[in-house]
Design a protein around this ligand. Structure first.
Ligand code: PMP
Length: 454
């Protein structure tokens, strides 16, 4: 395809390096330029309208074009466009948001700390964990365990926690002190005849063996998403979190719940921790915190974490960490308004109500010859594509099948996301049955179109 050299697409190719994009392929095909959004839909510069079945990047919970958020931003921008939270300064939006998040937390939390992205929140978590161990006189207790296919971001530390080859390969990662344990995907990793419970037991035994092998006095924390998102929407097997938490308790290892995708209603409860009975010491939050209208993220830490960190900062003289925009007043004001909308419109309850319809409708694709597994919980799901259901294998090269299906489904008016050989779906929480029907119809049609080419 040749792009008109004066077009917006050609200018993008000329000047813009894209995230998660094959740069050479991008030079050939150019971007789809999204121009506007309203509710469940976005529209591109050619006038094509799509259902955004991924809520952008798992994030636009209240839907696109919410005027109340634009107004909240404008009000705060006019009152106090910026102030920081260093050196004993504060401002009302950050204070109110910290208070609100601690009150909302599913387990007793002590403090909120503000950052600007999920990656920064998890990076900050790594630093807090180190700082705490030093404060407690446990300088060896620094290692952090995450999981194969877990996704925690792309800064040097958070990309190390992420358990995906593309985030490590050619970046010289993971860094030292980060370990990865078993991916809890029963369909893919379970042995023939192994029940979900037995597989969950094996995952916990693997974690226990890893901690024992490394030495419990060297392992500080374990991080996991209640439901894995960007690694392919992997729903934990029955009993998984109870068994994992027992191992962590036994070895005095902190539990970090990465709620960047699950937080604020995605799984049908306010937090994924509530859906799975997880009792974390630290939570990281972003995305639906502001519905991604502005960048903001947060950590919630309990007293076990706060007390030694506070002690250490007073010994050193300062907590030597912080971002210029930590708790940015405009982003915090937008987050507060976003949380107010989620509560007033009862979007978490709505997500729980519509979830069975969403899961069953997508589940109906299981009968399609190209579908190996449909999995999900609440309003997040994945459809795993295969060419051979029994062998659980897809087209070569890996990822090409979902990429092809994704393109066809997008032409049919629905934006999903290709992850490996799976298609992910994570619509705004305002999704209604008619949108679900359209998403499933466009997907089935796309799979039929793909099958016709095989
Ligand atoms: N944690 C999880 C669970 C995520 O899904 C993501 C982003 N997809 C991140 C962390 C990183 O967030 P960000 O892209 O804002 O750095």
């Amino acid at each position: 395809m040749t792009l008109n050299p004066n077009s917006i697409e050609a200018r993008d190719v000329a000047y813009h390096l894209h995230s998660y994009t094959n740069a050479r392929r991008h030079e050939e095909i150019g971007p789809i330029v999204i121009e506007s959004g309203e509710g469940m839909h976005v529209t591109d510069t050619d006038g094509n309208r799509y259902i955004e079945a991924m809520a952008g990047l798992w994030s636009v919970a209240v839907g696109f074009g919410e005027k109340r958020l634009a107004e909240a931003a404008a009000r705060q921008m006019q009152k106090l466009n910026f102030y920081h939270t260093f050196t004993h300064k504060s401002h009302t939006p950050a204070i109110e948001l910290a208070e609100k998040l601690v009150a909302m937390a599913p387990v007793p939390m002590s403090k909120a700390y503000f950052t600007n992205s999920g990656s920064e929140a998890n990076d900050t978590m790594v630093k807090l964990v180190r700082y705490r161990s030093n404060a407690l006189g446990q300088p060896r207790k620094k290692k952090i365990i995450s999981r194969i296919k877990g996704y925690h971001g792309v800064t040097l530390a958070s990309a190390s926690l992420t358990g995906l080859p593309n985030n490590h390969r050619a970046f010289d990662l993971p860094m030292e002190g980060v370990l990865h344990t078993t991916c809890p995907h029963h369909w893919r990793e379970g042995r023939p005849g192994e029940s979900e419970e037995d597989f969950a037991t094996r995952c916990a035994e693997d974690l226990d063996a890893l901690i024992e092998a490394e030495g419990p006095d060297t392992v500080a924390a374990f991080i996991g998403e209640p439901v894995m998102g960007a690694g392919g929407v992997i729903v934990p097997p029955r009993g998984y979190w109870q068994k994992i938490q027992a191992v962590l308790k036994k070895h005095d290892v902190l539990l970090v719940a990465d709620e960047v995708i699950c937080g604020f209603g995605r799984t049908g409860r306010m937090f994924g921790c509530e859906t799975y009975g997880i009792e974390p010491d630290i939570m990281t939050l972003s995305k639906a915190l502001s519905s991604s209208y502005l960048p903001i993220s947060a950590l919630l830490i309990n007293e076990r974490v706060y007390a030694p960190v506070a002690e250490q900062s007073s010994e050193i003289g300062t907590f030597g960490h912080g971002y210029t925009a930590s708790g940015h007043p405009v982003a915090a004001a937008v987050a507060l308004e976003n949380l107010a909308i989620i509560e007033e419109k009862r979007l978490v309850e709505h997500a729980a109500e519509i979830a069975p319809y969403f899961q069953e409708a997508l589940g109906s694709l299981q009968d399609h010859p190209l579908v190996g597994e449909v999995r999900g919980v609440g309003l997040i799901a994945a459809v795993e594509l295969v060419t051979d259901k029994a062998a659980k294998v897809a087209m070569q090269p890996p990822g090409s099948m979902a990429a092809a299906a994704f393109g066809l489904i997008q032409k049919n008016g629905v934006i999903s996301r290709a992850i490996g050989d799976a298609l992910a779906f994570c619509p705004p929480l305002i999704v209604e049955r008619e949108h679900v029907d359209t998403i499933v119809e466009a997907t089935r049609k796309g799979l039929d179109q793909l099958q016709a080419t095989l």
